[in-house]
Design a protein around this ligand. Structure first.
Ligand SMILES: *Cc1c(COP(=O)(O)O)cnc(C)c1O
Length: 380
């Protein structure tokens, strides 16, 4: 069985606003001739996101990577920063672009996030900050991370690229740490085509962030830092504003797919589904499955290939591990013996397609293929 129009099933599809409504916004932008530099739509989107996520201050960016780079500059982070190798490469790249040495610490087997128990051993006199990631929107152990940061006088910047609209025990996980960075890339749950944001807790910090993303301009004649150009434009902001109309509905649709996968795959030998922690209101943005070759019969990569033959394009988020790519593999902390769990998980993980417009016959097809690969093997 192939999808009706014969097109592949991607791991995600962007949630997009209604075209005609977007055209209306475009007309307004055209008429105003105000295209960028903190315009009407930009200001409105910052306000809407702050209200929706219940966070104090939002600074919009042209993408999440520049937001990460700027977050580090905002707090003047230098030297060494402790981070996870199990993330998208932009996490560590943001350190590299600031001339900061990444120090990789292994992840927890259960939650796949930076393991707080292993952070202290990685601290040196050069350590200035911790850069954890809420992988797949699953919250880090923020209490332990903050305790260590407080003891050693370190800053904490969360790469919260997957954590738009995740609440734990009733409050947003964007409250944790000194700064939080979001990505609004087309593959993320809330998208502005390309885009991102830094969430800050006080107005002075927001002001510094806003200077830094606009070349360092504090006013027409005062340039306070060698800032970058990372502004979100009006077209992106207008697109983002229209997303609020369908946000809740799309989340519910993803939740349904998520629950269907979990129900059907929970007893498949060799397929492990990491559970969500208690008290979590999730965004259901990714569906990671861990394929354990010994019990499943074929490797994760074989399954990936087989699904691809059926035009189902899953993704190995996150493989290769950041610590294993040429730029970073030379670091002491990149050694396999330092990161056994992250290396194991990177070999097992496969993210299945998950998005609001995924149809139930497609979900059923994916489930049956994942199940059938096991059965095939048992017949041999
Ligand atoms: C998507 C992503 C980024 C980068 O965001 P862009 O908006 O694509 O620049 C950073 N970190 C993580 C964990 C991501 O998934």
């Amino acid at each position: 069985m192939i999808k009706k129009d014969n097109s592949p099933i991607y791991v995600t599809q962007p949630d997009m606003p209604v075209f005609d409504e977007f055209v209306e916004s475009l007309r307004e932008i055209w008429d105003s001739k105000f295209l960028t530099n903190n315009g009407k739509f930009h200001q409105e989107l910052e306000k809407r996101i702050a209200e929706y996520l219940k966070v104090p201050y939002v600074s919009l960016f042209s993408n999440g990577t520049l937001a990460l780079i700027t977050a580090l500059q905002t707090l003047r982070i230098q030297g060494e920063v402790i981070t996870t190798p199990f993330s998208f490469v932009a996490t560590t790249h943001s350190l590299h672009w600031n001339g900061i040495k990444p120090v990789f610490v292994d992840i927890e087997e259960e939650y796949l996030n930076l393991d707080p128990e292993k952070i202290e051993a990685a601290i040196t006199p050069q350590t200035t900050a911790i850069l954890p990631v809420h992988v797949y929107g699953r919250p880090c152990n923020h209490e332990k991370i903050q305790e260590i940061a407080d003891n050693y006088g370190l800053k904490v910047i969360y790469d919260a690229a997957h954590a738009f609209d995740v609440n734990h025990n009733g409050s947003t996980i964007l409250d944790y740490g000194d700064l939080n960075v979001l990505s609004f890339h087309a593959t993320k749950t809330f998208n502005t085509i390309e885009g991102g944001a830094i969430i800050s807790h006080d107005i002075k910090t927001k002001q510094r962030i806003d200077f830094l993303k606009n070349f360092g301009f504090a006013n027409e004649t005062t340039i306070v830092a060698p800032g970058i150009n990372a502004k979100m434009n009006e077209v992106q902001a207008a697109y983002g504003l229209l997303q609020f109309k369908s946000l809740e509905n799309n989340r519910l649709k993803r939740q349904k797919v998520w629950e269907k996968y979990s129900e059907e795959l929970k007893d498949v030998p060799g397929v492990k589904i990491p559970e969500l922690p208690d008290g979590l209101s999730h965004n259901y943005s990714y569906y990671p499955a861990l394929i354990e070759e010994q019990d499943y019969g074929i490797s994760r990569d074989k399954l990936y290939d087989k699904l691809k033959e059926e035009r189902i394009l899953t993704r190995r988020y996150f493989y290769p591990l950041i610590s294993n790519i040429p730029t970073y593999r030379g670091h002491n902390s990149s050694k396999l013996s330092n990161l056994p769990i992250a290396n194991k998980i990177a070999e097992q993980v496969l993210c299945l397609p998950l998005y609001a417009s995924l149809e139930s016959f497609e979900v059923e097809k994916i489930i049956s293929l994942v199940k059938n690969n096991v059965r095939e093997n048992f017949l041999i």
